[in-house]
Design a protein around this ligand. Sequence first.
Ligand SMILES: NC(=O)c1ccc[n+]([C@@H]2O[C@H](COP(=O)([O-])OP(=O)(O)OC[C@H]3O[C@@H](n4cnc5c(N)ncnc54)[C@H](OP(=O)(O)O)[C@@H]3O)[C@@H](O)[C@H]2O)c1
Length: 303
Amino acid sequence: MTRTQVAPVLVTGATGRVGRAVVDLLIDAGVPVRALTHRSEAAAALPPNVEVVTGDLTVPESLDAGLRGVGAVFLVWTAPPETAPAVVERLATHARRVVFLSSPHQTPHPFFQQPNPMAVLHADIERLIAAAGLEFTIIRPGIFASNTLFWWAPAIRAGGVVRWPYGAAETAPVDDRDVAAVAARTLYEDGHAGRDYVLTGPESLSQAEQVSIIGEVLGRRISFQELSPDEFRSETEGGWPRPVVDMLLAAWGATMGRPAFITSAVSDILGTPPRPFRQWVADNATAFADSATAFTEGPTPRG
Ligand SMILES: NC(=O)c1ccc[n+]([C@@H]2O[C@H](COP(=O)([O-])OP(=O)(O)OC[C@H]3O[C@@H](n4cnc5c(N)ncnc54)[C@H](OP(=O)(O)O)[C@@H]3O)[C@@H](O)[C@H]2O)c1
């Protein structure tokens, strides 16, 4: 495959988990980057050699300045759905191609086939992108390894027990850096138009095994206490939106007794295997071990 990208890439979600890594990878590849944030103060989190533009996905016209002259857009949708049609219309006016961070909602594995408002939104945006005539690539990661920072790190840092439902439910956590690497590659390399890639980690691990791996990396045993779905609902009441809780419970419950769905897409596209969960933990160990690190806000719902 050859590289043809010359016009800047507008990276949305540029201060987020995947987008921030995409920004670095595009710069490393010599691709001009425009990084979008809807909070001007967030610019400080971006590298100094990146053009930062402000724009809000909920205010479509605010994106015009950032879109002028771009060749491609990395689209991360973290806003309510209402403005998606107007935003996609604007993308199509300015850009030739879009790489969209979606989810594996078409994958026929029970984990991905449960009621899921996020998947409905992703499917709607994919339809809008196709109808707008944009050249597109859809990136469909499974569950992120980094969710564990929000789910379990507060309890682990406090030296406590991880209280969680469906300890035996298996997933294949994917490293955000692998998701970002695939996204970046599809933004600057030809040959990915019209493709969609389901990205997973390399191994099927139960949630209890994932907690054990964190303990092994930290050098201490972490207890796992199984909660019933109703206990989990009560424990997250008031802190997590109920639809997120129900979505996760349905997915974990449906996958009980089955290995997680695993693909070779990361290796196929990057030529290197996806990073194992243990490596992700080792590279993020301070977030579990040290209460002075960044993830101090408690178990924010991320799924
Ligand atoms: N977690 C998982 O397991 C998982 C799995 C598959 C797919 N996904 C999908 O991944 C996406 C989230 O990616 P992520 O985790 O990298 O994001 P993230 O870390 O949650 O960051 C959210 C980003 O969205 C930006 N943002 C928020 N509101 C905005 C607005 N109104 N206008 C413009 N930008 C806005 C934020 O930027 P500023 O605040 O700087 O503006 C930030 O960069 C979601 O679509 C999710 O469904 C997640």
